[in-house]
Design a protein. Structure first.
Length: 323
């Protein structure tokens, strides 16, 4: 194997691809704008179609469109020739990806797309190619030289096609006024999605998990209830579940320094009455902010009528992947 300077090679590749993107930004024209206008009003799906390396770019573009508010699917051109084209409807808009503009699989699909009657556009490196000419409109990437020293492996061309796909997705996102809240709805498993969607009520402890104690309960019985529920706290309430106070592990440690009869002392005599609460309808991230601001590790959750609804701890927020 030939010994080369890998850093020098990498910089050359990156700079060549960056140069290709700069040129692409300069040559984008009215076709890009017209295609985006039609895509923004598409009543069906945006179908990204390609084969080979261009197929991978089409697939990624489809995924980006889907995650930013535009219904989209990917179809491999080879599979389309053997049945998958059946998922294309007249109300759909198809984006064809092919750097050469001569991919036989896509060329063979052009008559079918015309017969379906859907809008179909191409992204190629050659305005005079069969796919570009056969499409309703074409976006030319302007790439003639690959970063590959043999000018064979798709490098600069695929980077440019990917950039066009991203540009389309972002343009549609802006046109639709797609918000971070909208983004979160399509990313419920990601940290951002969770932070914008999960509410206190979704992760709080509730029902039989809660150690609810009456004010007249003795400290010894309170400790038994705290131990059985394992939340490190007891919530003192009246029979209507109105919050009267709280007793935590920290309160217990402070109590141990006093001469108190655990079997006779009522919890109402030693509980903390200054309790921090949060409404169950608020975002879980609001609970994080309140806890951090007050340097505490748990909050009592209440309903709109101020009655106890649950309990949320910093550990619960950490477990939910919010911290």
């Amino acid at each position: 194997m030939k010994k080369i300077n890998f850093i020098k090679s990498a910089r050359r590749t990156i700079l060549l691809e960056a140069s290709g993107l700069q040129n692409l930004a300069k040559i984008l024209n009215k076709e890009f704008s017209s295609i985006c206008e039609i895509l923004s009003t598409t009543k069906g799906k945006i179908i990204c179609l390609g084969v080979g390396k261009s197929g991978h770019i089409a697939n990624k573009t489809s995924a980006t469109l889907s995650s930013t508010g535009s219904s989209s699917i990917f179809i491999n051109a080879a599979e389309a020739l053997h049945g998958d084209i059946g998922s294309v409807e007249k109300k759909d808009t198809v984006l064809l990806f092919s750097h050469s503009g001569e991919s036989e699989e896509i060329v063979n699909l052009l008559p079918t797309l015309k017969s379906i009657g859907c809008n179909f556009f191409s992204i190629t490196g050659n305005n005079n190619s069969r796919i570009a000419v056969g499409s309703m409109m074409n976006i030319e990437t302007g790439v003639t030289d690959e970063a590959c020293p043999l000018n064979l492996a798709p490098t600069t061309s695929t980077t440019a096609a990917l950039a066009v796909g991203d540009a389309i997705a972002v343009a549609l996102l802006e046109a639709k006024e797609f918000s971070s809240e909208d983004f979160a709805k399509s990313h419920p498993g990601g940290k951002l999605g969770k932070r914008l969607i999960l509410k206190v009520v979704d992760i709080m402890h509730k029902g039989k998990e809660l150690p609810l104690i009456r004010p007249s309960t003795t400290l010894s019985d309170v400790l038994f209830e705290m131990s059985s529920k394992g939340l490190g706290v007891a919530l003192i309430t009246d029979k209507e579940k109105n919050l009267k106070g709280i007793f935590t592990d920290g309160d217990l440690r402070r109590t141990l320094n006093q001469e108190i009869d655990f079997h006779k002392t009522k919890i109402s005599q030693i509980m903390s009455k200054n309790v921090k609460t949060i409404d169950e309808s608020l975002l879980a991230t609001d609970a994080i902010e309140i806890m951090q601001r007050n340097e505490i590790y748990m909050l009592v959750v209440t309903k709109k009528n101020k009655k106890i609804s649950g309990l949320i701890r910093m550990h619960d927020l950490l477990k939910a992947g919010l911290i």
